[in-house]
Design a protein around this ligand. Structure first.
Ligand code: FES
Length: 111
């Protein structure tokens, strides 16, 4: 199991989740009600799964593919620590991964 910490866009809410190794970050986020749409289900056609990885954890992730970088160009509030949650699979190396939900995301109901 891997501990993942989600921080809300305003920083006011924090949620810790234990997820099985190999799980996709987008699936974990959605299962616990985090407001990530992931409209294309990982087909790299939407960028609605954009998340901000904590600076200290970012270097632990495998590099983003060119395709992922291209999709991130379409997301709003992108920073150097931006990634697509559908492309991140949890491993032991990512223990205590801290994930910030970007400002401006909408939940499944579009609110
Ligand atoms: S779910 Fe569409 S790019 Fe990640």
């Amino acid at each position: 199991m891997t501990l993942v910490r989600f921080i809300s866009a305003d920083g006011a809410e924090e949620m810790e989740v234990l997820a099985p190794a190999g799980a996709r970050l987008l699936d974990v986020a959605q299962e616990v009600g985090q407001p990530l749409e992931g409209t294309c289900e990982g087909q790299m056609a939407c960028s609605t799964c954009h998340v901000l990885i904590d600076a200290a954890d970012f270097a632990k992730l495998p590099r983003a593919s060119e395709e992922e970088e291209d999709m991130l160009d379409l997301a709003s509030h992108v920073t150097r620590y931006s990634r697509l949650a559908c492309q991140i699979h949890l491993t032991d190396e990512l223990e205590s991964l801290t994930v910030h939900i970007p400002a401006g995301v909408h939940n499944m109901q579009g609110r």
